[in-house]
Design a protein around this ligand. Structure first.
Ligand code: ADP
Ligand code: MG
Length: 242
């Protein structure tokens, strides 16, 4: 479903992604972890072309993201992103936040966009908030809305960038529950997170990054019990004693 080959990414002189080869199978749940600044966000942002790359190739379900003439809106619809800070429109209601891309980008009629939005809000337990503004919601509720907004586009791939890191601890569980339910439904997911319990439980594979490189990839069991590199050992020690 996702193919990255020989990807190089620079921010000016800074080499942010170093020769990344990375593949995700359809229905696979991949958890990306690593120290702050290791390139995790950059990696997943390249998968829906929020960043440009300097070398290499990225495909999502056979679509070459960086080919000339590739439609950015199509890319963003196929690889949906859920951000740490939700990025909801503050001046739109919850319902409008979920319908706007469907109507504007996909040309879905307003009524069917609203029906779909309501069904998704139901699913994330927030149908009663449909006509409120984001400002009236807790962080955890906003993140569940952001997930519903992403699902509304019927993405082939969902990219999560530390979806629970900005939340108060008591809000994290509800968001992880929604993510668990997606994992069960055969969505293809790449998730950057430090929630190692979640990674162990739903991850098919853990990718550990440091300094712009993929250092190791393994099943959660292997990674947590027998990390191979010194860097992964050090990282795990730090986050698990945190
Ligand atoms: P992570 O998500 O693992 O914390 P990022 O992918 O955000 O790491 O960043 C990787 C490195 O690239 C960091 O050193 C960061 O400072 C740098 N970086 C990220 N975005 C930019 C940018 N827009 N301009 C310059 N440097 C950036
Ligand atoms: Mg990041």
């Amino acid at each position: 479903m996702i193919l990255m080959e020989g990807v190089q990414k620079y921010y000016g002189d800074f080499h942010a992604l170093k020769n990344i080869d990375f593949q995700v199978r359809r229905g696979e749940i991949v958890v990306v972890c690593g120290p702050s600044g290791s390139g995790k966000s950059t990696l997943i942002r390249c998968i829906n072309r929020l960043e440009e790359i300097d070398e290499g190739r990225i495909e999502v379900d056979g679509m070459d993201l960086y080919a000339k003439g590739t439609d950015i809106n199509k890319i963003r619809a196929e690889a949906g992103m859920v951000f740490q800070h939700f990025n909801l429109f503050p001046h739109l209601t919850i319902l409008e936040n979920i319908t706007i891309a469907q109507t504007k980008v996909k040309g879905v009629p307003k009524k069917s966009a609203e029906e779909k939005a309501m069904a998704l809000l139901e699913r994330v337990g927030l149908a009663h908030k449909a006509h409120d503004y984001p400002g009236a919601l807790s962080g955890g509720q906003k993140q569940r809305v952001a997930i519903a907004r992403t699902l509304a586009m019927e993405p082939k791939v969902i990219l999560f960038d530390e979806p629970t890191s900005a939340l108060d601890p008591e809000m994290i569980g509800g968001v992880l529950d929604v993510m668990r339910s997606l994992a069960k439904e055969n969505y293809t997911i790449v998730c950057v997170t430090h929630e190692m319990g979640f990674a162990r439980e739903v991850g098919d594979r853990i990718v550990f990054m440091d300094e712009g490189e993929i250092i190791e990839e393994d099943s959660p069991e292997e990674f947590f019990q027998r990390p191979k590199s010194e860097r992964a050992k050090k990282f795990l020690k730090e986050i698990l004693t945190h």
